[in-house]
Write a protein that binds this ligand. Sequence first.
Ligand SMILES: [Zn+2]
Ligand SMILES: [Zn+2]
Length: 337
Amino acid sequence: MKAAVLSTPAPISSSPLEIEDVPTPEPKPGHVLVRVRACGVCRTDLHIVEGELPPRHPRIIPGHQIVGEVIGGELGMQNSTATELRVGSRVGVTWIGGTDGTCTYCRRNMENLCDSPTFTGYSVDGGYAEYALARADFCFPIPPQLDDLHAAPLLCAGIIGFRALRVSGVEKGERVGLFGFGASAHLAIHALQAWNCAVYVSTRGESHRKLAESLGATWVGGETDKPPVPLDRAVTFAPSGDVVLAALSSLRKGGVVAINAIHLDRMPEFDYDRLLWGERQLRSVANMTRADARDFLELATAIKLNPKVTKFPLEKANEALRDLKNDAIDGAAVLIP
Ligand SMILES: [Zn+2]
Ligand SMILES: [Zn+2]
């Protein structure tokens, strides 16, 4: 099969992904083999390809927003989804490729924090390829209303953005700030609107600001601009500590900032008395649970969420990541093998 393979992490400007012919994965117990129909491109892929996340294997196929068609493997009743996977079923595969099910976190319904997780496209091969192997109990049925191309970005950008809203504790009708307006935020705004929240967007990039305006943001400003009113919640998407501080300084007392980033450039020193005192909270958002995935896909279907998508052929995986890094993609990038 054709795949985009990473051997040596390097700046994306040097095109570290190589398009190669590699063996199609062999089915193994508890797994299904899927034919990849679309795979979303995520900022985490960029962190893997550029080496900000240390390599786990000498060679890896990235990609963890896979919409695939089951073509073989172990089928049957799936753990807690009560959904039967059949040959021909369309499923989504996410960043959480598996958990041990036995650690303290898994036993407390916090499987996103599992001590021995499997990460798709990082600890096992992912979806920048024609075929991928996935644990059957971590595959999610894709509702027929969602087509391949538009379902793909929901699987990480969408689900993790949704989890970030949950972690921030957002309630109906609140004022919520989104700091950074890429693939994840442009989906989160739809969920917030469904909950009658007023959305304040601070982001770099004129086209991202235009997109936020066109999607009905109450207020739109620059990357570290402060919204005109105190916010109840804020979610930061940019991998920048300065942006986290801008979000923190925008909060009312008791407000929460959820940091939706697997990697930050650094965390600057800040004034506790002025910025955190008053029971303000700073929280990180790590991975997702299967419940987040199911709940978000249900919400996305109910509100007819329609992501803005830019298509790339698999051969252009490096270009897609480069455009993502340069903020040159409005909405989400999706690879088609
Ligand atoms: Zn991701
Ligand atoms: Zn666990």
